[in-house]
Structure formats: C-alpha cells, structure tokens
Design a protein around this ligand. Sequence first.
Ligand code: ACO
Length: 353
Amino acid sequence: MKSVITGSGIGIPKNLVGNDKLTRLMDTTDEWIRTRSGIQQRYYADPGQGSAELGMVAAASALAAAGRSKDEIDAVIFATMTPNFFFPGNGPVVQATMGFPESMPTFDIRQQCSGFLYGLELADSLIQSRKYARLLLIGADVHTPFMPWKRGWASTIGEETGEITPEDYAFNTSIRDRTVLFGDGAGAVVLEASENGNRGFLLSKLYTDGSNIEALYVPGVGFRKRPYVDNDQVDRAESIPVMEGREVFKEAVSRMPQSVRAVCETAGLSVADIDVLLVHQANLRIVEGVAKQLALPPEKVPHNIERYGNTTAGTLPILFHECVQDGRIKPGMLICFTALGSGLHWGAALYRM
Ligand code: ACO
C-alpha cells in the first residue's frame, strides 16, 4: 500500500512586497537581497490573517483538487512554527472554521523549515498503520508578525506612511539579515491510501541534531522563563529569531545533499534517477549549491524563492503545487523533497508521481 497525493493547493496572501519596499525601512538594497538570497519579492499576510487562515485557503483548494469532501478526511496534520495561538495549535482552528466533524483528530507539528517533510513521514506512517486512509497535510507560516521591525512595516502593505525615526531605522537594520528573507504562505496536500501500483510515497530519511540549537532559534518567550514572556524579554528582542546565517548556510548545503544520497541509496536508486528535486526555499544560493553537490542539472531543481522568499513550512508544498500545475512534475516521475531548518531538523523523501 502506498500514500498517494491526490490533490494540492496553495494559500498566498495578497500583499506583494518587492525589495524596494524594504529599503525605506532599513539599511538594505535590492541588489544585496537579490545577490545574497535570490529573493525579488515576497507576500505579506494582512493583519489578523494567520498561518491557519492561509493554510485553510490551501486546504480548501487541495480538497477540491482531490475531489474530497470534509467528511471524507480522517485526520489533519498542520505543520507550522507560527501558529495563530501559543496554544492550541492550528488544528482545532481548521477543524472548527472549515467545519470538519469533531470525530476527525488534528495533529499539530512544528519542525520549522522541515515541517512539511516531517509531515509527509507522519502522514505516510498514519496511512501505513491502516487507522487512517485519507489525510490533509498543511504547511504554513506567517513571518510578518514574527520578525517585527518596529515601525513602518505596515507601509509595505499600504497601511501606514508615517516617517521612520532614526531609532526605528537602526532597530530594523539590526535584524535585516533575517527580515528580508521571509514571506508568508501556505501549501497543502491530500494524501490517500492506494493499493494501486507504484505511485506514491516511497521512503524518507529524517535527521535531528540539537547540538547547536542556538544557530537558529528564538531565545525568549519559552517556558524555561519565569514568566514565559515579559517586557524585559521583548525589550531585549528575545522574541525575535536569532540566526547564524553562515553556519546554517553551511549545514544546509552539506546535510541536504547527504540526506538525498542516503534516501536514494536506501531505496536502491541513484541520485541521477531523480526527475525533480524540490529543495526547501531558504536561499537561491543554497538551492544551487545542493543541485551542484548532487550533480543535478538546473532543470531538475526548480525554485520559486525569487517570488515568495522563505515561507518555512510552506515552501515545499507551494513549489510542489506550482510544478504540478505548470507540468514540470508529470506522472511517473521520481520526486525528491529535501529540507533543512531550525533544530536542526533535515532530511529527504522520495515520491513516485
Ligand atoms: N542588507 C544589506 N546588508 C546586509 C543585510 C541586508 N539585508 N543582511 C546582512 N547584511 C550585511 C552583514 O551585516 C554583513 O556586513 P559586514 O560584512 O559589514 O559584517 C554582510 O552583509 C555579509 O553578511 P553575511 O552574513 O556574511 O552574508 P551571507 O552571504 O552569509 O548571507 C544570509 C546572509 C542570506 C542570511 C545567508 O547566510 C543565508 O541564507 N543563510 C541561511 C539561512 C537559512 O537557510 N535559514 C534556514 C531556514 S529558516 C528556518 O528554519 C526558520
């Protein structure tokens, strides 16, 4: 029995934010952002629009594509590091808002940039257990509230035109290495048990190494603190992610290729057998570096980071959906998903279309 993707969809917010809009808020340039990351634009969610809302747009379209009604789904898995609430996770929001029956459980997982990859493994395991036959897997993140430049950010979505003070500009500049990289977005797939042929999820290799959590983490607003959040933590900017960019970059370009090789070897396949490699979209240079290490030609390694930035758990399902829509992914092809993100969590999964 195989887990087969029977439909996919995406949820992209309406506010298109080009690099030029960021240059007003902090000391950065379109040229720096393009050359260091490949990003030209990203989309920002409206205030009040969370990862659950974007995820539900993607979910509704994935359900429609799969031709499934809400009553036919056995469980929802929601991967996000930016849920609408500290708790509960987005699962109950999706259940109530979309009107799924209460007999349908929801699973909330994190795993940051590897959230969708881990979600695929979990979905396949649930299907292989034969307790669940049809699952909805959503990967979504909103970074706009998470990376809060202090003033002026709302001008990027046409809501505020006030002057930026030198203090605000300096603060915004202090976190520019992170803010310019991220966008908001969601993707979703429906996975179903199928006894029919070779199509579907083959296997994955997943890894976790927590020995250097500080390379990419949020230092404050956690439950080791007493209280878990207070003004001092916020004043010290401990609610904002810390990222050692170069360190994470090095890990990404070495560990993703290692995991792709490992999953191919375990499956008795060669890397050259991969028709399309879907790499987590964190930086175009990382995507190109991974392709180079694996000796895969650019046409086998699509990217869309230039249009969306890094949407964390959203990148893989958004890229998958776009490639299916525009015909770059076709029936019979061998697809490999790979990601690395905070944790560190990383890995690769093989899927036969
Ligand atoms: N605009 C202009 N200058 C900037 C900006 C900016 N937005 N950001 C940083 N700089 C400056 C730095 O201050 C530095 O200046 P200095 O040389 O005077 O000190 C210079 O640019 C070079 O900085 P580096 O950090 O060396 O730049 P690098 O080429 O490494 O690119 C980047 C930085 C884009 C962050 C890269 O390291 C990267 O993509 N890292 C990986 C990110 C990633 O994969 N994250 C994981 C996913 S996220 C998740 O899991 C939640």
